[in-house]
Design a binder for this molecule. Structure first.
Ligand code: ZN
Length: 487
């Protein structure tokens, strides 16, 4: 029987890892043929949150997130050109140059979003031998067939023995009507059969030898293979975006059951999608906004640049199973919310303890823990933290007091939930933009003091400031109405 948990309600009670104290977690990573966009940020942040929370609960987590660098064709129904190979052909690059280039940029964007790197990041192209062995196992069990050098999953035969479509709630009839007939499908018995191995066409530049043909693995094969290679034949959590349930995850389940005779995944978790002004993100809508475009404000749909922490906060403001609709106004609101949190945290760090507590701070840790336990309810965690800002401001304004023990606890709860679990960088007010502003302000302040000194004929102070700033690499120019500086 296939057990499906699509959410972890009452996390602590319902989540039972297969090996005590350890969690194995596999998340479908990016296909690296272009820059990461908002649609990549959501699963990365959702499963980063889970990774951080599991570690907070004391589990030793092995987190595997793959890099798809071969076999993901333009149409999910096994047709079209390989996405990486196409990019390589268009840009006259070696496919692995495309892979390396976009993998580096993906890592850069994920680091900006404060997404922790996974424990293992396997590449599909580095596991061809293992994938061939996995395909062979399915053939040996009789759930696949070879046709014209390609190997296809025999879905009809498989569906007689296992519940194909259970994860997506589809049955074979639904799938038949959904599956488009495309060129080359005549070598399949049924349109819903999917490729485990594809014979490479002569113009196809990424191919490897196999018992069946010079070719490449089907897209779904890498996750079945690498998941079980690094996490074992049964592992705890498999995650990804909701759009991957069908065909990708349904195919993964079928491949694993066919080869091993049982399900490998204990809990499936899927994050919902991001829409842009109510529309799905897609090439046909021309509404893909890359993370870099967000950070630089370079897209017609953006009113201004938005820092990576604003994007992270924006995504965490919604529960991972709800849809999020992006608009520039929604991001501006998220930016204000994040600033309020950053200000509150800066105040919290500066508060002085009193003899007793006269403000409402009790129960904050419990509220945050209960919210996280309730299927990672981040909007509730954020609301609880916001509620506590009232107490912070009351003490800050001198209208209340907080005891030393309560202040220590309040600081710890903010550090644990806002910084360590939600992964918000609260100490960097305004991100890079804010740092730059503060830096410029400090230099202007120093040169203002120098100007004052000059007017007072205090040449010693004036020269000291100029000489020491010059030694640090600044160029200072006196002008008619003040000064100018550069580095
Ligand atoms: Zn996958």
């Amino acid at each position: 029987m296939l057990e499906i948990y699509n959410s972890l309600t009452r996390f602590k009670e319902t989540f039972k890892p297969l090996h005590e104290g350890h969690v194995g977690m596999y998340v479908c990573g990016p296909t690296v043929y272009g820059d990461a966009h908002l649609g990549h940020a959501r699963p990365a942040i959702t499963f980063d949150l889970l990774y951080r929370y599991l570690q907070y609960l004391g589990y030793k987590v092995r987190y595997v997130r793959n890099i798809t660098d071969v076999g993901h064709l333009e149409h999910d129904a096994d047709e079209g050109e390989d996405k990486i190979a196409k990019k390589a052909r268009l840009e006259q690059l070696e496919p692995m140059e495309v892979v390396q280039f976009y993998t580096n940029r993906y890592h850069r964007d994920m680091a900006a979003l404060n997404v922790l790197p996974p424990s293992i990041e396997p590449h599909a192209s580095g596991h061809i031998i293992e994938q061939i062995a996995f395909v062979q196992k399915i053939l040996d069990k009789g759930y696949a067939y070879v046709s014209n050098g390609s190997v296809y999953m025999d879905v009809e035969k498989y569906a007689k023995d296992y519940p194909y479509g259970k994860l997506s709630g589809r049955n074979l009839n639904d799938i038949v009507t959904e599956t488009r007939e495309l060129d080359g499908q005549d070598e399949k018995k049924h349109s819903y059969d999917f490729a485990l191995w594809k014979k490479a066409a002569p113009e196809h530049i990424m191919h490897w030898p196999s018992p069946w043909s010079e070719g490449f693995p089907g897209w779904h094969m890498e996750c079945s293979t690498m998941g079980t290679k690094y996490l074992g034949e049964r592992f705890d959590i498999h995650g990804g975006g909701l759009d991957l349930i069908f065909p990708h995850h349904e195919a993964e389940i079928a491949q694993s059951c066919a080869a091993l005779g049982h399900e490998t995944v204990h809990y499936w978790m899927h994050n919902n999608m991001i829409t842009i002004a109510g529309k799905k993100m897609g090439k046909s809508y021309n509404n893909f906004i890359t993370l870099e475009q967000f950070f630089k404000g370079e897209h017609p749909l953006l009113s201004k640049p938005f820092g990576p922490m604003v994007i992270r906060f924006f995504i965490l403001q919604a529960h991972y199973r709800s849809t999020v609709d992006f608009s520039s106004e929604a991001l501006e609101a998220a930016e204000k919310g994040l600033q309020r949190m950053q200000e509150a945290y800066a105040r919290l760090l500066k508060l002085q303890a009193g003899n007793q507590t006269t403000v409402e701070v009790a129960g904050l840790r419990q509220r945050c823990t209960e919210a996280m336990d309730d299927d990672l309810n981040t909007p509730f965690v954020i609301a609880a933290l916001f509620d506590s800002t009232r107490a912070i401001n009351t003490v800050h304004d001198g209208k209340g007091t907080i005891s030393e023990a309560d202040l220590k606890e309040l600081r710890e709860v903010w550090k644990t939930f806002a910084i360590d679990i939600l992964g918000l960088r609260l100490e960097e007010q305004g991100g890079d933009e804010g740092k730059q502003k503060a830096f410029n302000g400090a230099i202007d302040l120093l040169l203002g003091i120098r100007l004052q000194a000059k007017q007072n004929k205090d040449w010693a102070t004036s020269d000291k400031i100029r000489n020491e700033l010059t030694a640090l690499g600044f160029q200072i120019k006196d002008t008619k109405d003040g000064f100018e500086w550069s580095i």
